[in-house]
Design a protein around this ligand. Sequence first.
Ligand SMILES: Nc1ncnc2c1ncn2[C@@H]1O[C@H](COP(=O)(O)OP(=O)(O)OP(=O)(O)O)[C@@H](O)[C@H]1O
Length: 591
Amino acid sequence: MNAQSKAPREDVSAREAFRRFWPYTRGIRRWLVAGALLLILAAAGEAAAIWIFGLITDHVLAAGNLAAFWTPALVWLQLSVLTAVASFGGDYLTAIVGERFLLRLRDSVFAHVQRLSPDFFDRGRTGDLMVRLTDDVEAIEQFVASGLIKAVTSVVSAVFFAGAALYVRWDLALVSFALAPLFWVAVRRFTARFRETAVRERDGNGALTSVVEESLSNHTLVQAYNRQPAERRRLHREGVTWLEAKMAENRLSALYEPLVQVIETVCVLLVLGFGAWELSRGRVTLGGLLAFAAYLGYLYPPIQSLGDVGLTASEAAAGADRVIEIMETPPAVAEPPVPRTRAARRGRVAFDDVTFRYPGADRPALEGFSFRAGPEELVLVTGPSGAGKSTIGKLLLRFYDPERGRIRLDGVDIRELSLTTLRENVTVLQQETMLFPGSVRDNIAYGRPDATEEQIVAAARAADAHDFITALPEGYDTPVGRQGRLLSGGQRQRIAIARAMVRDAPVLILDEPTTGLDAPTVRRVLGPLRRLMAGRTTILITHDLHLAPDADRIIVVGREARGQAVASAAARPARRPENRQPPRKVPSSAL
Ligand SMILES: Nc1ncnc2c1ncn2[C@@H]1O[C@H](COP(=O)(O)OP(=O)(O)OP(=O)(O)O)[C@@H](O)[C@H]1O
């Protein structure tokens, strides 16, 4: 199953989302507690300051007694400094906890995504995946880490201010608390709707980012086929869907705040009316009444903030659905329980009666396929398009496991090797030369980041790339651009050959290494390719028979008449041309 496909998603409740992501706070929980305690201290400081304000009103302002002002004023000043420090510390720790949580969760989701099969990426939409790794992960943080602190401090602050209000005038307090359930009703009604709109908004955001990503990464195709208006319309359509979802969300938040304010005003007016009556009868002092009103004023923000936590929880649950969906997509292959981390590095490859079907495909891409390739052998794999040739490389690299049969490297089933060890032993040179944005040097050293300058240059020389690289404006430091687009196809190919040389693996898979290159360029890369193949087991997947004379064996992967894709190993020794020159091997000491 593919997380990015449109399969119906199981909704996750906020509680489940919390339970699921709470373990990511391991190690930072003490900071979480410290942050919450500091914020509670700040709330207590504010409550005490209001108390002093009431005292000053009664004993200084109402009594006109300046002498009584200094002591409470000094205490108030000290309290406000203490409150400021506690509030700073609390906010800072909350931010640290939130950001660390975010970092850890994003790292973990990304690490999982990296283990998924190529099929997951081929079927899914990159833009949507990007939104899941950024916005959705952030929404979860807003709830689980900072949201939790906010909820705890809001509850404690509400208890403080409610307690203080009760202490000052319990009867007045009870009158105002009688309206508290109104808040709950408002919050509950809004939370459910908010959840719905949040899910739509997140999906819309993913779809919009996907269109931008797809359109920009295929800009040449778009321009060459005059598809700009169609792409603009596609973006606009997704933009409108997102706008509608966003507006529904904004409408709800815009409605929620004034509604809460109206409820607040009703409370305050009720208290003031009742208070004025009590004041006129001399049952409460002006200072007492003002302090009481202030406590109520301070009581509403934490209650409102609890409501906000409810809304954040809805958004987080919507994000959590999307993140959990990825986390629950199983990797196509698993590391063995006790992986072997050493291989003989001789390069003996064997496919024994291998049958493989792509996930969701109704017929096998390879069926009962067997072949062997030994050290220093060049096995050429050819056959019609779609017959399963490239699949051989994907299975050897263990992007997928066969349904039946087994694949061995130096006599060991590749399922027993650690994935790292296996992939250190097999280098692939793909049909489409993949370069990473970065310099020429970074790209050559991509498979072996600790490669020395001499090794990089030796590989570039052997790949016949050194001369054109030194002629580039910044030599080995020249940026190659996105997917190496600043270089020509032949240059990209030679850099990829140099990269494979630096990697120096005993098994080499060349998947259509000359596709897309014109005849002179093909002739130009043949020499470097031969040097790369020297001393290794090479599986050359190609329609192009330029290298056929060099092959030790040719395997024809074919389709049988019944229309099923069947790979048959019609292996036959290739005729070795008399004039075949032994390839010059790049001394491994130089690599
Ligand atoms: N990710 C995938 N999911 C489902 N089917 C796939 C997937 N990748 C390839 N296939 C199918 O598997 C079959 C073999 O594909 P493969 O890429 O191995 O063919 P090939 O012989 O290398 O073709 P070509 O010469 O055109 O590159 C094809 O029918 C193809 O449609």
